[in-house]
Design a binder for this molecule. Structure first.
Ligand code: SF4
Ligand code: SF4
Length: 554
């Protein structure tokens, strides 16, 4: 195996990358290799679909499969090798269908279909051992010795950015929001990767095109969530448990949470959100369920301790899962793209066995001391007080906005983000989204200009909301986003964050602080490109970075 797609990748003096029997995340070598093969076959699907599309023939089912397949390969999503054997066989069948679609479209247009090579012609073996013997053909660094680390690193940026686009688009799709332009962009990127591109220029263009596609995916996801559950509104959420039977729902998937709330109606079982599902409490149609009792725990990297202490079943609806420990292995369930060998998987959105498990388990035996935080400052809530915000900026009451967003992780350098939030001056506002906020969202930041100083905008999936707010503020002030008194402090961990970064770059947002470390697949030359072209800055020391941001804005 070789994998260097996430921030926790193994690093040594020889370089970075998880290359032994198990990655730092717990992904074993067989699963990693099978994931590479699955993506390789998906590239073949993309080769046919992009040509079929040029002849006005499309296959939305195949596109949907690609989204799901890519999502399963994100960090901390699916560790079940047998599932990947099955997905590879399915992918090969879908690729054959895509070939037939393309050949028919060509015949109908009186054209000779091209004979495609590479992933389009790859024949996956029938069993796991055969597939593992083929893994070299699909390895992410297969051309490194010939083409060098820059080309391979930029290919990786495209591949990992594509993973993020697919994950967001899948989240939107399950709620019925699809955009054909996203499918066209996904197919285009797959086709490019299938051709083993050797030039940096087209790869950089493709990375930016994926940034635009990701903006569309996030817009679709915003439309999906708000369309299904209403506009998020500021909501006070209990973050301590109450007595009673309980289910914990983690991940990002509002649809699964809704299905669980329906399945538990009238049973007396309380439902708690965990991790990135905290913002669910601010959606009117979700918070209307009285048994959506509160939020339990913090970010994903603490789940092994927190899940062990939770007295009920746990449902992992999407990333980020880490190895289920014996103390809760028997009461954790996976859903959607998530999987772990031997852990029960809900494939059909029927959560009745989770409810049965909750009724059989003890639940919380007493109320904990009541504590609450406020969430729900999505675009509607922030723009609803836009006049107040603009007046406060004009009067000098608000000097600056810091958007501290993105993923959390276990690396020690991640204290940077809480140090940064704590050190922001009292006349500044902190906007936050993603699970990195768990490091500081229970701190008391007070108010400024009549607003809370900390405004929680939601999940990393809600980055669209943050971009809308930035765009509207720039319109109100008559300046570009880069001229606003706004700094972006992005913590990346995995491939959704890579996609969001590409979106920021594609939209021309400069001076993004990225950390806690730069991606291992970006070589020094590629980092120079990002710094020179887009002003991307590595995170430094919190106070110095705040001073620099305020000095730049002054
Ligand atoms: S996902 Fe991250 S930790 Fe896991 S194998 Fe890949 S680089 Fe290593
Ligand atoms: S913000 Fe990133 S690390 Fe955190 S739960 Fe979401 S996807 Fe995972």
């Amino acid at each position: 195996m070789f994998c260097y797609q996430c921030e926790q990748t193994y690093r040594s003096e020889e370089g970075a990358g998880c290359a032994s029997a198990k990655g730092m995340c717990g992904k074993d070598a067989a699963t990693a290799d099978l994931q590479d093969i699955l993506l390789h076959v998906c590239e073949g699907i993309g080769q046919y679909l992009t040509r079929a599309r040029a002849l006005s023939a499309t296959d939305a089912e195949a596109d949907r499969f690609i989204l799901f397949a890519f999502f399963t390969t994100l960090t901390n999503v699916n560790f079940n090798a047998a599932k990947f054997v099955q997905l590879i066989q399915e992918a090969a069948q879908i690729r054959d269908r895509a070939r037939a679609l393309y050949e028919k479209a060509a015949r109908d247009a009186a054209k000779l279909p091209e004979t495609l090579h590479g992933p389009a012609a790859f024949v996956p073996a029938a069993d796991m051992n055969g597939l593992l013997a083929q893994a070299g053909e699909a390895a992410v660094r297969k051309d490194a010795a010939i083409l060098g680390d820059d080309v391979v690193g930029l290919r990786a940026l495209v591949l990992y950015g594509l993973k993020g686009v697919c994950a967001y688009a899948h989240h939107a799709r399950v709620l019925g929001e699809e955009r054909d332009a996203i499918y066209a962009a996904v197919e285009h990127a797959l086709d490019l990767l299938a051709r083993n591109p050797k030039e940096l220029g087209p790869l950089l263009d493709e990375a930016l095109a994926l940034g635009h596609a990701n903006f569309a995916a996030m817009e679709a996801l915003d439309a999906a969530n708000t369309g299904a559950f209403g506009m998020p509104e500021p909501t006070n959420v209990r973050v301590t448990p109450i007595k009673g039977k309980a289910i914990l729902v983690s991940g990002h998937d509002m649809k699964d949470l809704h299905a669980i709330l329906e399945a538990t109606k009238g049973t007396g079982v309380n439902v708690y959100t965990h991790g990135e599902l905290l913002p669910a409490h601010s959606y009117p149609k979700l918070k209307a369920y009285p048994h959506l009792a509160g939020n339990y725990g913090g970010a994903w990297q603490d789940q092994q301790k927190e899940f062990a202490e939770f007295p009920g079943p746990i449902v992992m609806t999407s990333n980020c899962l880490i190895e289920p420990q014996p103390r809760y292995r028997g009461r954790i369930f996976t859903a959607g793209p998530v999987g772990w060998a031997g852990v029960r998987h809900i494939a059909d959105e029927d959560f009745s066995q989770v409810v049965q498990a909750a009724l059989a388990l003890p639940g919380f035996t007493a109320d904990a001391e009541e504590k609450r935080i406020t969430v729900g400052f999505g675009r509607a809530a922030v723009l609803g007080v836009a006049d107040k915000v603009i007046d406060a900026v004009k009067s000098g009451a608000i000097r600056h906005f810091f958007m501290i967003g993105g993923c959390d992780g276990a690396a020690p350098g991640r204290n940077y983000y809480s140090d940064f939030a704590d050190a922001t001056p009292d006349d500044t506002v902190i906007l936050t989204l993603g699970c990195g906020k768990y490091r500081f969202n229970k701190h008391d930041f007070g108010t400024v200009g009549g607003l809370p100083r900390l405004l929680d905008m939601g999940q990393c999936n809600d980055a669209y909301s943050a971009l809308v707010v930035a765009t509207k503020l720039s319109e109100a002030f008559g300046v570009g986003v880069n001229e606003l008194p706004l700094s972006l402090i992005v913590s990346w961990f995995e491939q959704k964050a890579a996609a969001v970064l590409l979106t920021l770059l594609a939209l021309g947002v400069r001076n993004v602080r990225l950390g806690p470390t730069l991606p291992a697949f970006l070589t020094p030359a590629l980092v120079d490109v990002l710094v020179g072209k887009f002003g991307v800055l590595p995170v430094g020391e919190a106070q110095a970075d705040i001073d620099a941001a305020l000095a730049r804005a002054a």
